[in-house]
Write a protein that binds this ligand. Structure first.
Ligand code: FAD
Ligand code: SF4
Length: 510
């Protein structure tokens, strides 16, 4: 029986059971297509990384004897949409059956179901063999429970997969070392330089230019540095375990003017494209922890594992539990437009200039920059979550809807009314100053609330609480903040709100 098997651009799992043996009757089809380059305005480094990774995957598996039909973006016979690519490959190979791996995005899931429903040959789908959880595992876990809290899911996952658990208890005595993951980085310990894989990617950037693909951000096409091959991703993982993991947890939330990556792993693209599996990442981290040849404290390891075994799987579960209605949620009824500086980084607010600037330059910002600088600002200025989602989905190299939307619309914008986060992640300048050295180099003063030089976060914060008061009246986790708001002198609050209104009306001049 002749079979066509589809491999999507984020399904680059070389260890999938599909590839355990070579079968000449199976043709794998992969395609660079306008359907995918154009559904949102992506960062140019993101499109480049995906194309490079797809090409390298195809090369590696072709070398092992597997047969591929690979459509490059500029191939004359590339129909540029998934349905036609599948139909053409079936016709050309005279296939009797079509098979695909379950996609992680709702839109592709729907599209593939629709395509299969009109095929006149047999079809089947497979698991991607990537995640720890199935699509419905989180939904089943929380069935009948009043509230979803990530911590209970995370503990279940630690026990179920026997990760740092002894006799059903957490190794080291604590499930969670979050409290010790909150240090500011003040120049020490030294940060090892990021692992780079310098390549000339002129061929891809020319391809995108000639095809007139619209992208955002910048690229140095003579020296593209992201890991995109299986070998490079494994090497990045090893580098992380040896050089960065020993301080990962301590500085997980820190931000710095001159350091983009600090001790972060930069493994999200490798994992989201499935070049690396979360299981092998966690196994490598644990090997280094137990090996003892490098001194790594349990808090660093737990802090990292929580992100992957906890948050990453949690977000996937929420996505499949809540979609498609999740995409429409706007509980706080925010409707403002994103300011232009999201595409230039040109603002006097130093924290935003740095966090947005590096997002545009490197297609990367770490979690706290995404959450407590850019996301915090977007929420406080009451930007429409559709706008915020579109920007995040475009700008980051690791942005794929299942993990982007749950983090952005959910965790960061509270547009889901508390499905992901139990309270909105908002703060004044205080938090940013505590975790970074941004404020020292800023046009604005982080201590002032009112006046030309007052940090915009300070008035926006109180204004947000005042304007959205009704939404939080039953939220116990907001009680302390709301009590402080209630105690504030009326005239002072009016002055603060006036300053906030001025900022919101003039976002592009701040
Ligand atoms: P590290 O800090 O080294 O963390 C290790 C790994 O943990 C990451 O590679 C990632 O796989 C996982 N992880 C950490 N936090 C999360 C989280 N909240 N959700 C899911 N996985 C997590 N991550 C994406 O992969 N794609 C996105 O589109 C994305 N959008 C985000 C949007 C917002 C508003 C926020 C607050 C977070 C977002 N994240 C997203 C989560 C996180 O910011 C990135 O995974 C991380 O910054 C990637 O860099 P890293 O690999 O160096 O991560
Ligand atoms: Fe950001 Fe305000 Fe600090 Fe400036 S003063 S860096 S705007 S938090």
């Amino acid at each position: 029986m002749k079979i066509v098997r589809l491999v999507l651009g984020d399904q680059l799992n070389q260890n999938h059971s599909w590839f355990s043996s070579v079968n000449d009757d199976i043709t794998y089809v992969m395609a660079e297509m306008r359907q995918e380059t154009d559904y949102v305005n992506h960062h140019i480094q993101k499109v480049t990384a995906f194309f490079l990774a797809m090409r390298s995957f195809k090369e590696d598996l072709s070398t092992k004897g597997h047969s591929f039909m690979y459509y490059q973006l500029d191939d004359k016979n590339n129909p540029q949409n998934l349905e036609q690519i599948i139909l053409n490959t079936i016709a050309e190979t005279n296939a009797d059956k079509f098979e695909y791996q379950l996609p992680d995005e709702y839109r592709l899931d729907q599209q593939l179901q629709q395509i299969c429903s009109s095929l006149d040959i047999a079809h089947d789908h497979y698991d991607t063999e990537h995640f720890y959880t199935t699509r419905s595992e989180l939904k089943d876990f929380y069935k009948g429970k009043k509230q979803m809290v990530m911590e209970s899911f995370y503990r279940m996952m630690r026990k179920k997969h026997d990760i740092m658990v002894q006799n059903d208890q957490p190794e080291g005595g604590k499930w969670n070392y979050d409290q010790s993951n909150r240090n500011k980085w003040k120049g020490q310990p030294p940060i090892p330089k990021e692992k780079e894989f310098i390549k000339n990617v002129d061929e891809i950037t020319e391809l995108l230019k000639n095809a007139n693909v619209q992208t955002m951000g910048s690229i140095d096409s003579k020296s593209f540095t992201w890991p995109v091959t299986r070998e490079e991703c494994l090497s990045t993982l090893d580098y992380f375990c040896k050089q960065l993991l020993p301080h990962f947890g301590d500085y997980q939330d820190a931000m710095h003017n001159d350091e983009k990556f600090l001790f972060h792993s930069r493994l999200s693209f490798a994992m989201n494209a499935k070049i690396l599996s979360p299981k092998e990442v966690i196994a490598a981290v644990l090997d280094h922890f137990y090996d003892k040849s490098i001194d790594i404290n349990i808090s660093q390891v737990e802090g990292f594992i929580r992100q992957i075994l906890g948050w990453r799987e949690y977000m996937r579960g929420i996505y499949w539990k809540e979609m498609p209605q999740y995409k429409q949620l706007n509980t706080l009824k925010n409707t403002n437009k994103l300011p232009d500086f999201f595409w230039t980084g040109d603002t006097k607010m130093n924290c935003l200039k740095k966090a947005i600037g590096q997002s545009l330059d490197a297609s990367y910002a770490h979690h706290i920059q995404r959450l407590m600088v850019i996301g915090n600002f977007s929420l406080l200025t009451q930007i429409d979550p559709d706008e915020v989602d579109k920007w995040y989905l475009g700008v980051y190299i690791d942005a794929i809807e299942w993990v982007e939307i749950t983090n952005t619309r959910g965790m960061s914008q509270f547009a889901d009314g508390g499905v992901v986060a139990t309270k909105p992640y908002v703060s004044s300048a205080n938090y940013i100053n505590k975790m970074s050295n941004y404020c020292g180099d800023c046009h604005y003063s982080h201590t002032k609330k009112i006046g030309e030089k007052a940090c915009p976060f300070n008035s926006l914060y109180w204004n947000f609480l005042a304007e959205k008061k009704e939404h939080f009246k039953d939220n116990q986790r907001m009680n302390m903040m709301m009590a402080l708001l209630d105690k504030m002198d009326g005239n002072k609050l009016a002055e603060i709100q006036e300053r906030a209104a001025h900022i919101i009306e003039n976002l592009d001049t701040i």
